[in-house]
Ligand binder design. Structure first.
Ligand SMILES: N[C@@H](CCC(=O)N[C@@H](CS)C(=O)NCC(=O)O)C(=O)O
Length: 201
């Protein structure tokens, strides 16, 4: 397995998952352009979208964090996915899609509209309320175990970690204390710390 990892990116989730799984892997480090913050052109040689993560496995080239997480867990860590057909598996699928398909919409709008300065001001209240709406939902579904699904780390926790970290970066840790406890616990895991050492943040 070979992971194309971009520094300071959501690809850290896959690096972390690979460390949790413990199977051997190779990593290719790609560094953001210091001026534009965009991925380097070398990633375009790996996949036409030029984004990270990209996983090369068994002769296949796979993109999308959710798909990569699901595929890696099915193959190497089936205990990180609840049994198909159970309510836990329904929650698992919801989280896997929500983490990239729903919550990242206001997150990215916030990032891009923020760059418009005053011109973007009319959109700020709606973006802010949608951010809080999505983070509040995440807070509400965290279990007493501190996990999104199951009572041990699962694929859903890996995927939800990135938007939860963004909530904290946006200074919402006091408003959403369960998200803060979740991130504190995930970042304290030895596998997460090894991933940060290997891939940087
Ligand atoms: N939905 C995709 C998003 C991939 C993506 O946008 N990756 C970002 C890193 S956070 C990227 O490579 N950005 C660099 C660029 O667009 O130049 C996934 O979850 O894998």
């Amino acid at each position: 397995m070979k992971l194309h990892h971009l520094n300071r990116s959501r690809s850290l989730r896959i690096l972390w998952l690979l460390e949790e799984i413990g199977e051997p892997y190779e990593i290719v480090l790609h560094t953001r352009d210091p001026d534009t913050n965009l991925a380097p052109p070398a990633l375009l040689d790996v996949h036409p979208l030029g984004k990270s993560p990209v996983l090369e496995m068994d002769g296949d080239t796979i993109i999308e964090s959710g798909a990569i997480t699901e595929i890696l867990c099915m193959k190497h860590a089936p205990h990180m996915i609840p049994p198909v057909g159970t309510p836990d598996h329904h929650r698992h699928l919801e989280c896997m899609h929500f983490a990239e398909g729903s919550v990242m919409i206001p997150v990215l709008l916030n990032l891009y509209v923020g760059r418009l300065g005053d011109a973007g001001a009319p959109l700020h209240p709606r973006i802010q309320s949608e951010l809080e709406n999505h983070f509040a939902y995440m807070e509400s579904i965290l279990r007493t175990s501190g996990h999104f699904v199951l009572d041990e780390i699962s694929a859903a926790d890996i995927m939800m970690s990135f938007p939860a970290q963004i909530a904290l970066r946006l200074d919402m840790g006091e408003k959403f204390p369960k998200l803060k406890r979740f991130i504190d616990a995930m970042e304290a895991r030895p596998a997460y710390q090894r991933a940060v050492e290997v891939g940087g943040v």
